[in-house]
Ligand binder design. Sequence first.
Ligand code: SF4
Length: 363
Amino acid sequence: MAGAKAGAETASGDSGRIVAALLAWYAQHRRDLPWRAPPGARADPYRVWLSEIMLQQTTVAAVIPYFHRFLDRWPDLGAFAAAPREEVLKEWAGLGYYARARNLHACAGALVARHGGEIPRQESQLRALPGIGPYTAAAIAAIAFDAQAVPVDGNIERVLARLFALQAPLPAAKREIAALARAFLPLSRPGDFAQGLMDLGAAVCTPKSPDCARCPLARHCRARELSIAGDLPRRAPRKARPTRRACAFWLECGGSVLLRQREDQGLLGAMMEVPTGAWVEDGGFADHPREAPLKAPWRRVEGLVRHTFTHFHLEIRLWRADLPPGARPGPPMRCRWVPVEELAGEALPSVMRKLAALAARSG
Ligand code: SF4
């Protein structure tokens, strides 16, 4: 959709005034986030890159403590690129979507190897790096370098769908919304413009109860005029999540537990786990521990661990065995013995921490 058309379809049709109103609002009401610079100033590209990877599929509130910990430990890109991957995964544990941590580490190596340890400013160069897709490339380019790029996140989608009263449901409407966003993009301060839309969506044009009385764009908003703001954006019905089931094996000996590193690729890749068998969709639980990593006097633990991933629910039944001190077998492939009191320092994803908690109650 062309810029002129975009402007014509708002309630009062003036994209220049919309941009000006948004930037004025942003200067006064923007969120104070640790990776941001004041309006009109440039943010540190390392901070922007780190925060944008962390924010993929994760809330701002969840990211902030991790961001501070990463920055305390690795204050610049050089320090981060020199960190062992294992340490990065440990610091990431609990934030979820662990492919991001592996990609973050791989990306730091690529930035050193290909770009002399600098973060490039062009979207095309950013997109060629590990873990950086179209959205993240646009966000880094706009926020760190004020490039003519517009990252369309969920907040921006919602604000634009309402501003133009778009009736097409998401996710099919994403292209149309991206075109609207590009049509608005101002020549100066595109980074503040994008962040202003994001903040407006987070603080005022919220999913369930948009506060139109406080909105700087109210007089331009078609959804407000039609009293349908709360119904937008429309969404295609979601498919129900299936349930997968698996068994896990807690083997303890002399105060240590056997952990295994998962394969590099796939869900929870390269993270440590309480060894699990296959995760079977719509399957039952095996009634004997045939998938255990070692022979041992296994007994079933009462209770289930439940965890929800983006596309499925997982239910895990735990089996436990305790070997006498001195009877500790050598660890199988990708496994190692870890003292139970040192589990907190391991790169254990949340679902594995739930299993550890269940095991602690069963000892
Ligand atoms: S007027 Fe209401 S619906 Fe429209 S953009 Fe503002 S908060 Fe959202």
